[in-house]
Design a protein around this ligand. Structure first.
Ligand code: SAM
Length: 289
């Protein structure tokens, strides 16, 4: 019997491949090539333009770290903006925070949302129908350019890499608007790639954010299918430094939110420890003035 494999095409000299048990969808939207397939190693997998976005098996690592770290760093977020994240996993985690009154998600590609609802229903759960959620199909840069000043406490950018349709989400103009629409102690987080392979991404986004945010930092998460070791999540704040919270403070907040003990990767200890960057990663952050 011939076996079908799908290979990731992120790098032209190194990669990973999955044995496919069933291809569930393959389409070309106006924005990107979308493939959803079933694998016997990682469950269902979403690929955009040949790059793995999410797998059922390890999505919890990325989604928990992208959501719980900024929300517990802020500590009292009521209004959250999510850009990208069409699979709905971040929306679901944001809505787990009872203090969040409004979560607006802006995803450019309606086909990613529809295919995720159809083939990856467990990732968002019932978040799509939550009355606190507003899901908008549109470009994140347009949304932030039009949003009112100080209208969000936290912005989570779960984008594709800074090529193609996601490129605008890594620009000065995007970060400038994000700073404007955040409240005084607001903060923004975005994925900055795997520094072992994509070192420039962390440096360049950090330099850009530093133009508009007084506090710029980063933390790490080990996502098995974002190959190359730790991935970095860049975090920038208009208020206090995101790094250096006490484990006790984070634990108390998580207990109050009913999230403590209900995660698979995030814990208060990992939250605080993740800001300790290995030197090979730290060297890609701009030096403080
Ligand atoms: N968590 C995964 C990762 O980091 O690889 C998946 C993220 S994936 C679902 C990112 C989403 O960002 C895609 O669905 C893509 O359509 C969306 N996106 C890219 N550029 C965008 C833009 N300018 N505005 C809104 N969404 C955008």
């Amino acid at each position: 019997m011939t076996q079908q494999w799908i290979e990731e095409t992120l790098y032209d000299n190194w990669g990973q491949r999955f044995r496919v048990t069933k291809e569930l969808a393959r389409t070309k939207s106006p924005f990107q090539d979308i493939v959803v397939f079933e694998s016997d190693s990682h469950g269902r997998v979403l690929m955009l333009d040949g790059v793995v976005q999410i797998t059922e098996r390890d999505e919890f690592v990325y989604q928990e770290m992208l959501t719980h770290v900024p929300l517990f760093t802020h500590g009292a977020a009521r209004s959250v903006l999510i850009i990208g994240a069409g699979d709905g996993g971040v929306l679901r985690r944001v809505l787990e925070h009872p203090g969040v009154e409004k979560a607006v998600m802006v995803e450019i590609d309606g086909a990613v949302i529809e295919l995720s609802k159809q083939h990856l229903p467990g990732i968002a759960g019932d978040a799509w129908n939550n009355p606190r959620a507003e899901v908008i199909v549109g470009d994140g840069i347009d949304y932030v350019a039009r949003a009112a000043d100080a209208s969000f406490d936290v912005i989570i950018v779960d984008s594709t890499d800074p090529i193609g349709v996601g490129e605008v989400l890594f620009t000065d103009s995007f970060y400038q608007h994000c700073a404007r629409i955040l409240t005084a102690d607001g903060l923004i987080v975005n994925q900055c790639g795997v520094p072992f392979m994509q070192a420039d991404e962390l440096y360049e986004t950090s330099v850009r954010r530093a133009k508009f945010f007084p506090q710029v930092s980063a933390y790490v998460a080990a996502v098995p299918t974002y190959v190359g070791g730790f991935m970095t999540l860049g975090i920038a704040s208009k208020g206090k430094s995101p790094a250096g919270q006490s484990i006790e403070t984070v634990r108390t907040l998580a207990q109050q939110a009913g999230i403590l003990g209900n995660t698979q990767y995030w814990t208060p200890e990992i939250h605080v420890g993740a800001f300790n960057l290995p030197p090979y990663i730290a060297k890609h952050l701009p030096k403080a003035e």
